[in-house]
Design a protein around this ligand. Structure first.
Ligand code: ADP
Length: 502
């Protein structure tokens, strides 16, 4: 593994943004937190402070929810679907126009390599907004060909229409902050909902930039409110709030469970995108030229801090050594460095705590007898960097193979069985079921495995294909519901059935 070059001097636009007095975005205005509290934002590549942001209290969340409730029946509700669509589309255009600044802020806040930030904001931020902008005019009800019992045919009409579910509380994590914000906002706005967005306390900056853009494009006041704050305060207040109709959450399974309990008070709707421990199964006939980069990038994308990461690699005995050798060579060749350095391929982890947690798992792996093939340590110097780590000869009895680590740690396990069910049972043997992949040239083996794997997504000869149009979400403790695509709109809508007797 080599080190990437040089520290980064922020551009004038980023410097200006970082130096601002960042407040909460409530009812179309920037307001201070009720108690004047602030979050200190750090660059994980340098550990240095880069900005200060107002930190929402419970009473600020109250204000934001009240604004969102008012907006639900205000000017926003009177816009027709074409007008709503155009506003969402315009938000995508503005985001694209500010791509350089958004990318730089995302990198400084989260640590991800610049190319990753730029690609993901353009591809998943802008494209998600545009994809859902197109749905505004396609939210259809049905006519139902029945009549009340005493009514002759032709003397009544029964139809349904889909209405916005109401006020949405969107609670998002730090691993891909701006993309997470847009993929909650896009379907909510397309459905005609209003939103209170709580970004993660570790990465609030690009959500605040989005606040600027929401204002600029003329989305009515109160439709989008943005309240950076701590999870156990602002997040918990939003999840429990009686004025919120639905929570859309992405984060850990542990916090997902808390949200569900908090949401029980008013039985608000909840969708959850939670953890994963995604298996990638490599059969001996697979094209190893594709498997090796696919497995390495799948495991270490965003430094392994993503729920779809292919962190369990099941490799057939016949090709095990070649795959482990190829993956570990590629992992060791990644250049670690600050995301803004042009040659960085892997950035830092999000925080010192996160790196400690991941190193704790590495130690647990060593103690359980897993073979450490490469990595396993933090390089010296500033920044929360960690070397990409590959454990060979793991098994599902080991904690590192079962639990979500959310860091750059890949567990490789061999199989010899030609019994596909036995292989799939191993792949299914965690509490998660988010994203899996199967690598083989045999289409029957591939599709038999698709039948056997219990996961919201199973890819063949690629891993974690993500697109605004492809439903995404987890089985078992990876989540509730689906995001993206038509299915991703449903949780933001409720059906009203109407019967007219002529
Ligand atoms: P991660 O493991 O990715 O850090 P978390 O699940 O800890 O994800 O956090 C995801 C989001 O949930 C963040 O915005 C965080 O502030 C918020 N959060 C954390 N705890 C709670 C809670 N008790 N109630 C509501 N939101 C919370």
């Amino acid at each position: 593994m080599s080190a990437a070059s040089t520290a980064h001097t922020p551009s004038p636009a980023a410097r200006e943004f970082l130096a601002r007095r960042h407040r909460l975005f409530i009812d179309g205005r920037w307001v201070a937190a009720a108690d004047g509290g602030e979050i200190v934002v750090h660059d994980p590549a340098t550990e240095g402070e880069i900005a200060r942001v107002a930190c929402a209290t419970e009473s600020d969340v109250d204000q934001a929810v009240a604004a969102a409730r008012r907006a639900l029946t205000g000017e926003w509700s009177r816009l027709n679907s074409h007008q709503r669509s155009r506003l969402i589309w315009r938000l995508a255009d503005e985001l694209e126009a500010n791509l350089e600044l958004a990318t730089e802020l995302e990198v400084l806040d989260n640590g991800m390599p610049r190319m990753v930030a730029q690609y993901s904001i353009a591809r998943f931020g802008c494209d998600f907004l545009r994809y859902y902008a197109g749905w505004c005019t396609k939210i259809l009800g049905e006519t139902i060909p029945v009549a009340p019992q005493d009514v002759p045919n032709g003397e009544s009409l029964t139809y349904t229409r889909r209405e916005p579910i109401g006020v949405v509380g969107a609670i998002i994590p730090w691993n891909s902050p701006l993309v997470m914000a847009t993929l909650k906002l896009a379907p909510a706005l397309a459905a005609g909902c209003t939103v209170v967005l709580k970004p993660a306390e570790l990465t609030p900056l690009t959500a605040l930039l989005l606040g600027d853009l929401v204002r600029k494009v003329g989305i009515p006041d109160g439709v989008v409110n943005i309240v950076p704050g701590h999870g156990h305060v602002a997040g918990a207040a939003l999840a429990a709030h009686d004025g919120v109709d639905k929570i859309a959450f992405t984060g850990s399974t542990e916090v997902g469970r808390k949200i569900l309990l908090a949401a029980a008070g008013n039985l608000k709707r909840v969708t959850l995108e939670l953890g994963g421990k995604s298996p990638m199964v490599v059969f001996p006939d697979a094209d190893l030229e594709r498997v090796i980069p696919g497995a390495t990038r799948g495991a270490f994308f965003l430094q392994g801090q993503n729920c779809m990461a292919s962190t369990r690699l099941f490799v057939h005995d016949d090709v095990f050594d070649r795959v482990v050798e190829g993956v570990s060579a590629m992992a060791q060749a990644f250049r670690l460095g600050p995301g803004m350095a042009p040659d960085s391929e892997l950035g830092p982890l999000i925080s010192a705590d996160q790196r400690e947690r991941v190193l704790g798992y590495v130690e647990a792996g060593r103690q359980s007898g897993a073979e450490l093939v490469c990595g396993g340590e933090a390089p010296p110097g500033k920044g929360y960097f960690m070397r990409p780590t590959v454990f060979g000869h793991t098994n599902m009895g080991m904690k590192i193979a079962r639990e979500e680590i959310f860091g750059p740690v890949l567990c490789v396990q061999s199989f010899s069985d030609s019994d596909l069910k036995a292989v799939a049972d191993e792949a299914n043997s965690t509490i998660y079921g988010l994203s899996a992949s199967v690598w083989t040239r045999d289409i029957s083996t591939a599709h038999r495995m698709v039948n056997l794997i219990d996961s919201g997504q199973v890819s063949i000869n690629c891993h974690a294909a993500v697109d605004p149009a492809i439903p995404f979400g987890g089985n078992r403790q990876s989540g509730w519901g689906r995001e993206f695509g038509r299915e991703g709109l449903d949780p933001y809508l409720k059906t009203k059935a109407t019967t007219v007797k002529f």
